[in-house]
Design a protein around this ligand. Structure first.
Ligand SMILES: Cc1cc2nc3c(=O)[nH]c(=O)nc-3n(C[C@H](O)[C@H](O)[C@H](O)COP(=O)(O)O)c2cc1C
Length: 530
């Protein structure tokens, strides 16, 4: 994450940026300075950037500017002052927007003009009408940059602008960390909607323009997730038809946000009225109430599994892009209610309602779910996720490790209580000589680690297992409290999945796809040869 400070001439980018960086104890850079350094490295000659521009001419100077932007885009945890004209170039803007906060300094143009007159600048004062030229350029810069600015600060007065800058950026980060509805850094997927509201959906941002995009690909993944498909899923019957609202033109992405909406058609809120003041054991009712002091009790609101429809819509896109790059992501039920799969035939997974790769075990799993349902109960299980074809090099040490990112995304799903990579918890019982994946002939001999070393993919299959808890909403009577803390009995009606494992499978694949694509895009910015 980096902070880009920009604005029209004399808005104080360098002074405010440098002072704020000093107070925050982080480095400060200027793209102009990077250009000067590049030039001096290559020509063994120290010139300031005005002189470089004059000497090389506009076109060659812009090439230097583009290279400086590329260098700046790779910097982290720093403040970078970027000239307004640099950000008017769409390629530079795209590069600098990734993983950054853009702060635009704005001020009354009369004040900026006064500052410029006092300071002087040959670029402006060599013009026939310097003031008109200055106003025209400043307005154009603001018009082009303002829509992309994350934070705008008025610096018309000189009252502690670095302090103003720090507090505006801090507020922005605080809001970011309080709105965790977005997954990803470059490929960003923001879900919205509640179980019994009008719709759920997603805004998918960060995809390059020109990528083939078809509603059918998304629909087929949504059909895998949708409820009411079999006796082992909730009887809520939703068609889950996706509507694409933006970001796609003539079957291709345009590079702008893709908004997708899935309407809720079969919600039945009547069953929730009697438990309006009660907390369902095992669900998020109690914690949402404690956190917000208000909750949408109908269908669990945002804590409902229905929220995951939006994730599947964006995940389907990521999965398709990755499959074109040779990556295959497949999840299946490895265990349900204590019944374990003992063989793996990928073609069987979608051929049975529990999505198990062992068709004999699948029948027993299905029976176990039906038995639990008859008893007013529910079952949990284990999902196995296999990712093949991911290249070595994905994931960023230390806080962006691939395993940490995948775990974060998968743990963001309701009902996921445990997760292991490769041998996982068995590693704790192994000897180093048993667990280490030794290498020979330019390859690994085993895959105990699960395809990730040091937070970076090894190029082997990435193997993950997830423990999924039994569905919290069960029809059997349970003990709970109401919102005043008084003891009560609760019997949950409504329509629920008796086992979440089969339904979570397409969502697990989607989350893994979103993380992998994001890591891939990040890696391409580091080394384009991957
Ligand atoms: C795809 C999916 C479907 C789910 N279906 C149900 C359901 O029908 N009934 C229910 O009580 N919980 C269901 N859940 C689980 C709850 O959303 C989850 O347990 C709850 O929000 C509490 O969060 P936690 O389990 O992470 O603590 C589902 C979760 C997912 C991911």
């Amino acid at each position: 994450m980096k902070i880009i400070i920009t604005g029209p001439k004399c808005s104080g980018k360098s002074t405010i940026g440098a002072e704020a960086a000093k107070r925050l104890e982080i480095p400060f850079y200027e793209t102009d300075g990077i250009i000067e350094e590049l030039y001096s490295r290559e020509h063994n000659d120290k010139l300031n950037f005005y002189e470089i521009c004059e000497k090389l001419g506009e076109a060659a100077f812009r090439e230097y500017e583009k290279r400086a932007v590329k260098e700046a885009a790779e910097l982290d945890w720093c403040i970078i002052s970027v000239g307004g004209s640099t950000l008017m170039d769409s390629d530079s803007r795209r590069l600098l927007r990734d993983d950054s906060v853009i702060v635009l300094l704005k001020a009354d143009l009369d004040i900026l003009w006064e500052r410029l007159k006092n300071r002087g600048s040959s670029i402006y004062f060599s013009r026939p009408s310097p003031e008109d030229y200055f106003r025209d350029v400043a307005n154009k810069k603001i018009e082009a940059i303002e829509p992309f600015a994350d934070v705008t600060i008025d610096v018309s007065d000189d009252k502690d602008n670095p302090g103003k800058f720090i507090s505006a950026v801090t507020d922005y980060f605080a809001v970011l960390s309080k709105s965790p509805n977005t997954q990803g850094q470059v490929i960003r997927s923001t879900t919205f909607g509640e179980s019994h509201g009008d719709a759920v959906g997603v805004v998918l941002d960060g995809l390059k323009p020109g990528i083939e995009f078809s509603a059918e690909d998304i629909q087929s993944e949504l059909d895998r997730r949708r409820p009411g498909q079999s006796s082992v899923s909730t009887p809520r019957s939703e068609k889950d038809k996706v509507r694409i609202l933006s970001g796609v033109f003539e079957g291709k992405t345009t590079g702008t946000p893709i908004a997708m909406i899935i309407e809720n058609k079969d919600q039945d809120s009547t069953k929730y009225d009697i438990i309006k003041h009660l907390f369902r054991p095992g669900h998020a009712d109690f914690t949402f109430w404690k956190k917000y002091g208000i909750r949408d009790h109908k269908g669990g609101g945002r804590s409902s599994g229905r929220e995951t429809a939006g994730r599947v819509a964006s995940g389907a896109t990521a999965k398709k892009i990755l499959s074109e790059r040779g990556v295959k992501i497949t999840a299946s039920s490895a265990e349900i209610g204590g019944v374990k799969s003992s063989s793996y035939n990928e073609n069987d997974i979608e051929a049975n309602p529990v999505r198990c790769a062992d068709k004999d075990a699948a029948e027993k799993m299905q029976q176990a779910i039906m038995d639990a349902l008859k008893n007013g109960d529910s079952l949990g299980g284990i999902v196995e996720l296999r990712i093949s074809g991911a290249p070595a090099g994905l994931g960023d040490p230390v806080f962006g490790k691939l395993d940490a990112r995948l775990a974060g995304a998968l743990f963001s799903l309701g009902a996921v209580k445990g997760l292991e990579f490769g041998d996982g918890f068995e590693a704790a019982r192994s000897l180093g000589s048993e667990f280490n994946d030794q290498m020979k002939d330019n390859d690994f001999q085993t895959n105990h680690a699960g395809g990730v070393l040091g937070g970076i993919s090894t190029g082997q299959d990435i193997l993950i297992r997830l423990a999924v808890k039994p569905t919290p909403s069960i029809s059997r009577q349970q003990e709970t409290v109401d919102i005043e803390g008084r003891s009560e009995k609760i019997k949950i009606e409504g329509r629920h999945d008796p086992c979440i494992v089969p339904r979570i499978i397409p969502v697990v694949e989607s989350m893994a796809a979103l993380v992998l694509l994001d890591c891939w895009e990040i890696q391409q910015r580091l080394r384009s040869d991957i």
